[in-house]
Design a protein around this ligand. Structure first.
Ligand code: GDP
Ligand code: MG
Length: 597
């Protein structure tokens, strides 16, 4: 069969360089939607994605384009996630395509995620078309940026396409390049079915929707498919494409991309990267699989109101339906009661889940300090993974501790380089490389993930006035001198505030938290000592003075409804407080105490 009219491609870019805007334009030019249907940024569909301007889940759209040579092409466009936390999802999506459109903002140039993404595309053997976007901006310097792309990445920019995705200028230039320069897929329609499970998500009406790329054979409604990794079989009840509207088609053939549904209840049953074949006529070899993405950052989530625990459990289960990279197990805290220990791909992933719990499920939560996974080598020769600082074993029984390190790439204008290097040093960074491209420096560092989890990204942005970009990949584990710092309020340990730090930073961090708690905990009728301690040794101390007099406000007169309102307010406020021994700590204190600046 003839696949020469098919082009499967991804759009890759640093965040804000115009990936989604370009994707929307391509859809518009190919007539996928009428103007009226063309809501802003079709591909970033989830509310949160649209607000934050990021893509979390990959989406694929089929477009038909009649090129200047008179042929009509089937274009399958994949939008890829645009944030470092989801880098792993990018690499998986790229495996489903033959080419990439590399979008670079012509007024900004190459950034850290431009590099990270482009290296992944090169690794996936992609043909890459550089596209310089935002040439409508007065600050655009396409010539300089092309030179930079050639210098830094080594991609030929002689035929780079210059566009304005916003105004729609030269979108056809992009489409013509896709048809002329990207390779067609290969595959054998007559061979047994062999399809890649590219992504899956949960739809409340249709159940799990699976995005597939057919390598060989044909996929049809009614077929009984086998997932080769999980061993499960399912009858296919729907086959279709997004145009970008959901549209059923008769079949999907070798080389094509589309979706199926098969009465599946949970995405946990759909391993991304799994090979889908026909149960009665199996393909000989599965496709090379993917490693599952593993959570690297953990934190505890506890309901402010203990009676919300079941609601929290149900909500986490619902979120997990759509996001198998997010993990949770029940956890009990002496200070916070019943909750869950949750694992995330990174800090942004963590924030997104927290925000969704708040918005979509109306849950008031207390979040403990994010922590990475430590490896405890015990004196008895066993290895323990520590996901929660509160569970730190007796130090006498620990031989040594290892922590995860990352390889971080930072791109920054020269002017800000000094303070950025200083930040990396403060955070125990080891410089691996420092190079220049034009007036931008590229620094490569090895850093402990623990140091990044705190507030590295925020600091980087504020030091560089927003100009630095940053990307990292988890590299390896190595031994470190780490200690657990406990926080005591009025002599009571508050397990939710315990954290693990390098010995050299323990005192500084402990002091900072005590000082903050002093401001965050309201005065009581008695004096409250706040201490940070390593084991039995106090390393920092603050004291909250006692309130001078009980100044209870009284409501006189007959305005009963006003009185009631005030009482309700007080009740609300109470719910947001946590009792530790005799001391009440406001919910916000947990979050704010752990922020550094
Ligand atoms: P993404 O993060 O790569 O998906 O970027 P978006 O497509 O969301 O675009 C980021 C911002 O750049 C938005 O405010 C867009 O309106 C703007 N933008 C995108 N393309 C252009 C362009 O060609 N010219 C100008 N001036 N702005 C653009
Ligand atoms: Mg986007």
């Amino acid at each position: 069969s003839d696949l020469s009219h098919i082009r499967n491609f991804a759009i890759i870019a640093h965040i804000d360089h115009g990936k989604s805007t370009l994707a929307d334009r391509l859809i518009q030019v190919c007539g996928g939607l009428t103007d009226r249907e063309m809501k802003e940024q079709v591909l970033d569909s989830m509310d949160l994605e649209r607000e934050r301007g990021i893509t979390i889940k990959a989406q694929t759209v089929r477009l038909n384009y009649t090129a200047k040579n008179g042929r009509t092409y089937q274009l399958n466009l994949m939008d890829t996630p645009g944030h470092v936390d989801f880098a792993y999802e990018v690499s998986r999506s790229l495996a489903a395509c033959e080419g990439s459109i590399l979008v670079v903002d012509a007024s900004q140039g190459v950034e850290a995620q431009t590099l990270a993404n482009v290296y992944q595309a090169i690794e996936a053997n992609h043909e890459i078309i550089p596209v310089l976007n935002k040439i409508d901006l007065p600050a655009a310097e396409p010539a300089r940026v092309k030179e930079q792309i050639e210098d830094v990445i080594g991609i030929d920019c002689a035929d780079a396409v210059e566009v304005s995705a916003k105004s729609g200028l030269n979108i056809e230039g992009v489409l013509e390049s896709i048809c002329a320069r990207l390779p067609a897929p290969q595959g054998d329609e007559k061979a047994p079915l062999k399809a890649m499970l590219v992504d899956s998500w949960y739809d409340p009406y249709l159940g799990v929707i699976i995005l597939v790329r057919i390598k060989d054979g044909v996929l049809k409604k009614g077929q009984k498919v086998l997932m080769m990794q999980s061993g499960a079989t399912h009858p296919v009840d729907r086959v279709g494409v997004f145009s970008p509207k959901m549209e059923e088609v008769k079949e999907l053939k070798a080389g094509e991309m589309g979706f199926i549904t098969a009465g599946i209840k949970s995405v946990a049953d759909c391993n991304v990267g799994d090979t889908i074949t026909e149960d009665g006529r199996r393909c000989a070899e599965p496709l090379p699989g993917f490693k599952p993405s593993i959570p690297v950052v953990f934190c505890g989530l506890f309901p402010v109101d203990a009676s919300d625990f079941e609601h929290l459990r149900d909500s986490l289960a619902k979120l997990r339906l759509n996001d198998s990279s997010f993990e949770y197990v029940p956890e009990t805290s002496a200070a916070l009661g019943f909750g869950f220990r949750c694992g995330f791909l990174g800090l942004l992933h963590m924030e997104i889940i927290q925000e969704r719990l708040d918005r979509e499920f109306d849950l008031d939560l207390i979040t403990t300090a994010p922590s990475v996974v430590y490896r405890m080598h015990m004196t008895d020769g066993t290895l323990k993974e520590l996901h929660n600082p509160a569970d730190m074993p007796d130090v006498m029984k620990i031989d040594f501790i290892e922590e995860p390190w990352v390889k971080a790439t930072i791109m920054v204008p020269d002017d800000y380089l000094g303070p950025i290097l200083q930040l990396c040093t403060e955070r125990r960074g080891i410089q691996l490389d420092l190079t220049y491209a034009g007036n931008r420096a590229m620094a490569v560092y090895k850093l402990p993930l623990n140091e990044i989890v705190f507030d590295f990204y925020d600091r980087l942005k504020s030091i560089s006035k927003g100009y630095a970009s940053f990307d990292y990949e988890v590299a390896d584990y190595s031994e470190s001198d780490l200690v657990k710092v406990g926080i005591l309020v009025n002599g009571e340990p508050v397990d939710a505030l315990a954290f693990i730090a390098h010995r050299t930073q323990a005192e500084f961090r402990g002091r900072a938290i005590c000082a903050r708690l002093k401001d965050l905990i309201p005065r009581h009728l008695f004096k409250i000592p706040i201490q940070a301690a390593i084991g039995g040794k106090v390393i920092a101390r603050e004291t909250i003075a006692a309130m001078r007099k009980d100044v209870t406000a009284k409501c006189y007169g007959g305005d009963i409804s006003r009185k009631r309102k005030l009482l309700d307010k007080q009740k609300e406020g109470k719910k947001r407080m946590r009792q530790f021994g005799k001391v009440e700590i406001p919910q916000t204190a947990f979050i704010n105490a752990l922020k550094m600046d």
